[in-house]
Design a binder for this molecule. Structure first.
Ligand code: ADP
Length: 175
């Protein structure tokens, strides 16, 4: 049984994350997407809200499960028998940061846990949770960045009732 973990903030989950989840789920027998409970960051969505969003978005993927963790990723991975960490790479700027963390985790785990990188699909290369939040806070169009139900929740957090989005995309946000 090949088990992997895809850790992250997912604040909120975007189509870029979802693309990595789908592709990683095709490679491993079981993929756990795990929300990092980082006490140092002030997130827009609570951990349980982020977990619920991920559960809803992956409900058609039988080998994907959603969880959350705090503390060292490597301890969490070892305790749960996960031997591979999945991370997504968008640009060279991601690479420098991710390489250092991957090497640290490999050493900390006594070379038992490896990191695997999936490069982003080009259509999502520009996407980040922080830009989604910034656009939504000004009522801009995030319909191409996140699923409709996530867009609705994100606008709700900023008290945006009438986002400035094209009519075709707005239809889905009404419900
Ligand atoms: P973190 O705070 O751990 O970086 P994120 O939720 O921002 O959490 O990202 C989690 C993982 O998803 C990271 O590996 C990040 O590089 C990757 N990721 C984020 N956005 C995209 C995207 N648009 N395409 C591919 N991977 C992405």
């Amino acid at each position: 049984m090949k088990r992997a973990v895809y850790p992250g903030s997912f604040d909120p989950m975007t189509y870029g994350h979802l693309d990595i989840i789908r592709r990683a789920a095709d490679i491993f027998d079981e993929l756990t997407v795990s929300v990092l409970n980082n006490k140092e960051k002030t997130p827009l969505f609570s951990v349980s809200e982020r977990v619920k969003i991920l559960e809803e978005a992956t409900k058609d993927m039988p080998n994907v499960r959603i969880d959350s963790f705090s503390g060292l990723l490597i301890n969490y991975a070892r305790e749960n028998n996960m031997h591979v960490i999945v991370r997504g790479l968008r640009a060279i700027t991601d690479f420098e940061y991710e390489l250092q963390i991957a090497q640290t985790n490999r050493i900390l785990s006594c070379e038992q846990v490896d990191t695997m990188f999936l490069t982003t699909s080009l259509e999502y290369a520009y996407l980040s949770s922080s830009s989604v939040k910034e656009i939504a806070s000004f009522g801009g169009d995030i319909s191409r960045c996140v699923p409709e139900f996530v867009a609705r929740k994100t606008y709700g957090k900023y008290g945006v009732s009438k986002p400035d989005i094209p009519p075709h995309a707005a239809e889905g946000l009404k419900g």
